[in-house]
Write a protein of this length. Structure first.
Length: 453
């Protein structure tokens, strides 16, 4: 039985009416990717205010890895609702925060004593990781990567790479942030090929320390083990080991931003595990809260303990209901076998997407790790000119036909898959069918059919 059920033209009249109200009430800076207003969501589907049902390949941008409204999570939230809602952990602490910290210290990579701090959002967690790294090393500078995304607050905007729409117009940003090219092999900044490149992009850090910023000034290198907003870029398997060895050679900390790549998305609990690395600090958010706002910094105990009492925290940080939801969400990774499901989903996606790549020149690259999969769309395979407009048309076709997708990439030409990992094979196939018809429709409209191989 199909999941998608469309009863009205998309968007339907009730969504249209809400779009009109939104235009009057909400600033346009809050983008509006899919003009569909949600009434209900469960598992891997959502229903809009016109009664149309969609398969959700966006998962609230990676916040629903364990699925929308899982009973075990909802039950934990209900139980906590009957006890207390808010306390502020710095004033009157509660066990849920402590239990979750203990659990995070266990599930994150690294066989050394760890501590965890909870905050409200991914950006706030990145900010805190930077504070802690600076306090520990007593150094100011942070190295980040081109194409990276770390959030929309001032420090995280400094770390984020993409200019429009994120950075342009919002400067000045905090200083002492430097960007270097990432291991984006499809568009290598040095025009080299892996493995003959011998990971030049990682080793080039030595040069950066001579020509851009002195190594003794650098507190930390921050990287997404698989880049999210930047376009689902998974570096070669040996990349991070080389990078981290170089960091540690100079007393520089390595911060893994696993906000998007974490919590099972890549088929391991954290993408860092694929690379066999143990980051000094790990930043998490999104699927941690099972749908509620929660983020964390987990790291080596001696580093985490550098700031003195009162140096870390926040009024709502580690809210008791979010902690209860997170504890229940963590259970689901075991009971629902979500890591295995992520790998199955990835294989299923890759099989279909490789066929598309053979069929349509528009599909320039197919890439990903586990369930963190994407296609990068280009005007021609040789030039790799980004097919930004076509990507937009495909996402529009998808939602008009019952599939919610989102784009990524510095050129907004990547379609990424963040479907809840509890999606059934039938739902994944049904979603991929829509994506395939979207590709066919856009290629046909462009006259690209003539280029089919
Ligand atoms: C890798 C990464 N870091 C940080 C953030 C910022 O998280 P938030 O939107 O919760 O502030 C995001 C959000 O997409 C992200 O993908």
């Amino acid at each position: 039985m199909s999941t998608i059920r469309l009863k009205t033209p998309i968007p339907g009249p009730n969504s249209h009416a809400l779009s009109d109200r939104r235009a009057k009430a909400v600033p346009r800076g809050l983008s509006h990717g899919t003009p569909i207003y949600v009434a209900k969501a469960e598992d891997a589907w959502l229903e809009d205010v016109d009664g149309n049902r969609y398969i959700d390949f966006a998962g609230g941008i990676g916040c629903a890895n364990a699925g929308h409204r899982q009973e075990h999570v909802v039950e934990a939230i209900r139980t906590q609702l009957d006890k207390f809602l808010h306390m502020c952990v710095q004033v009157t602490p509660y066990e849920g925060y402590i239990r979750l910290a203990e659990r995070m210290n266990e599930v994150t990579p690294g066989k050394f004593p760890k501590k965890t701090l909870f905050v409200n959002s991914g950006a706030e967690a990145v900010e805190n990781a930077v504070k802690i790294a600076r306090a520990y090393t007593k150094r100011p500078a942070i190295l980040a990567f081109e194409d990276a995304f770390h959030g929309r607050t001032m420090m995280t905007l400094a770390l984020t790479s993409k200019t429009h729409p994120y950075k342009a117009g919002f400067a000045p940003f905090p200083s002492d942030v430097y960007h270097v090219p990432f291991a984006y092999c499809y568009r290598c900044s040095y025009n080299l090929k892996y493995p003959s490149c011998d990971l030049y992009c990682a080793r080039h850090l030595e040069d950066t320390f001579k020509r851009v910023v002195a190594n003794e000034e650098v507190a930390a290198v921050i990287a997404e083990p698989v880049m999210g907003e930047g376009g689902f870029i998974a570096p070669p398997p040996d990349y991070f080991k080389v990078l981290i060895d170089l960091c540690h050679k100079y007393g520089i900390l390595f911060i893994a931003d696993e906000v998007q790549s974490g919590f099972g998305r890549t088929g391991a609990m954290f993408a860092s595990e694929h690379y066999g690395i143990e980051p000094d600090l790990i930043v998490t958010a999104k699927s941690l809260g099972g749908g509620l706002p929660l983020a964390a910094v987990t790291g080596r105990a001696e580093i985490m303990d550098t700031p003195g009492p009162g140096g870390l925290g926040g009024t709502f940080a580690g809210n008791p209901i979010s902690c209860a939801a997170a504890l229940a969400t963590l259970d689901l990774f075991e009971t629902e076998n979500l890591l295995t499901r992520a790998n199955e989903l990835g294989d299923r996606f890759q099989r279909r997407a490789r066929e598309w790549q053979r069929r349509w020149p528009l599909v320039g690259d197919v890439r990903g790790l586990g369930g963190m999969q994407a296609i990068e769309l280009v005007k021609a395979q040789e030039s790799k000119a980004p097919a930004t407009e076509e990507t937009k048309q495909i996402t529009q076709y998808c939602y008009e036909h019952g599939l919610i997708t989102i784009t990524a990439g510095s050129y907004s030409n990547v379609i990424r898959v963040l479907v809840p990992l509890i999606a059934t094979n039938e739902q994944i196939d049904e979603g991929l069918d829509v994506l395939e018809s979207a590709l066919a429709a856009v290629c046909d409209k462009k006259g690209a059919v003539a280029q089919l191989v």
